[in-house]
Write a protein that binds this ligand. Structure first.
Ligand code: AVJ
Ligand code: FE
Length: 375
């Protein structure tokens, strides 16, 4: 992980780098593609872009800088809770040149406000302490970059500027046995008290685990397609039969060979769970995943489904707003751990919790299996 400096100059540089990445992702696209609705479960890219700028305006300009919003009531169209993804194409959001101007105007004000604030470790305002709100904004833009890449899988002919944005890479094969044995006992789960983390990663607490084993490596396309062939399960999203007895990858409207050594992505929780059972194993709990972290090969290529519901840790307190985590707690969403090839390396930390509905396949999610020890 990159060392995170919280000097103002370092924050300004990191904000600029995140924005550069956002612009690079959309550079190959025209305004029609930015405005187009490709899927009811994903926002048009113009919405993500306006939402990135609006979230920045809301927190860094309005809340911290006490400025009035640039576009009056516009913010309510970028509220993710008020506006479900399927309705976002019809909203009177900013588009084209106006949208680009909004991103730039908000950023100008953000940098102006950054000059005025105190962000040290001992400031009173918890939003500013250790630069929390700036870290949150960076993570927010990076997470939306990943959401945008999910949509870009559906854009025919999309040519990413960087080859790394084409999909997961096949990691070098690990040495050693297929499963890693993890001792039973007490483990500390969650983010430490200092340093940036989302509210759902706190408070740190201990759990007692039975001994278990967990796959050293994520499940590959090759292993997953063997399961598909044997059980007649659906192939992952964007993998299809090639007309004879092989498979092709169809993301971005292409017909690319499937690399059997790459971690499988675009499988739902139900499919991940079925795969694990077929393999004589089960999904790990998120606590097991975190306890085994550091012993696992190729974390950060594909999100890894866990068997855990997205629940509050004991003593959870919402911060800085209930709609980041708290409104999603319950048995509807399943937790994913690790990170994907499309996630910023800053987002990938041992305590980070991602979540989605168990039927979803648009995210870059795969599988790593576990089993009870002594089986
Ligand atoms: C943590 C990826 C589930 O996209 O809904 C972005 C991240 N929260 N803006 C989501 C998020 C607010 C969130 N996930
Ligand atoms: Fe958001």
């Amino acid at each position: 992980m990159r060392a995170q400096s919280s000097s103002k100059a370092a924050i300004a540089d990191r904000l600029a780098a995140a924005r550069r990445r956002t612009y690079e992702l959309i550079e190959p696209l025209d305004d029609e593609q930015l405005n187009r609705v490709y899927s009811p479960i994903l926002s048009p890219l113009a919405w993500d872009l306006g939402h990135i700028a609006n979230f920045e305006e809301l927190w860094l300009v309005q809340a911290i800088g006490k400025r009035e919003p640039l576009h009056g009531e516009l913010g309510r169209f970028y509220d993710a809770i008020e506006n479900p993804r399927k309705s976002r194409g019809e909203l009177p959001i900013l588009r084209d040149a106006e949208l680009r101007a909004y991103l730039a105007d908000v950023r100008e004000r953000t940098l102006e406000v950054l000059e005025e604030v105190e962000i040290g470790a001992d400031v009173d305002d918890p939003l500013l302490r250790e630069g929390f709100i700036y870290e949150m904004l960076l993570a927010h833009e990076q997470q939306h970059n990943e959401t945008m890449l999910q949509l870009m899988q559906m854009v025919d002919g999309y040519e990413p500027l960087h080859d790394a944005d084409r999909g997961p890479a096949a990691p070098p094969a690990p040495s050693g046995p297929e499963l890693v044995a993890v001792d039973g006992g007490e483990y500390e789960i969650g983010a430490p008290g200092a340093g940036f983390a989302y509210d759902n990663e706190r408070p740190r607490h201990s759990v007692v685990l039975d001994p278990f084993e967990i796959d050293r490596s994520p499940v590959t396309n090759g292993a997953y397609l063997a399961f598909v062939e044997e059980t007649d399960a659906e192939p992952p999203l964007y993998i299809e039969r090639d007309g004879s007895d092989g498979w092709v990858r169809t993301a971005m409207g292409r017909r690319d060979p499937v690399d059997p050594a790459q971690p499988v992505v675009h499988v739902s929780w139900h499919e991940a769970d079925a795969f694990a059972r077929w393999a004589g194993k089960r999904l790990p709990t998120e606590q097991e995943w975190e306890a085994a972290r550091g012993r696992l090969h190729a974390v950060g290529q594909a999100w890894e489904w866990t068997s855990s519901d997205f629940l509050a840790y004991p003593g959870f307190e919402p911060f800085p707003y209930r709609e980041y985590s708290e409104v999603f707690f319950g048995d509807e969403h399943k937790v994913l751990r690790g990170g994907s090839w499309a996630a910023d390396r800053d987002v990938i930390r041992p305590s980070f919790r991602n979540w989605d509905l168990p039927q979803r396949r648009q995210i870059f999610a795969g599988v790593r299996c576990a089993r009870d020890a002594g089986r």
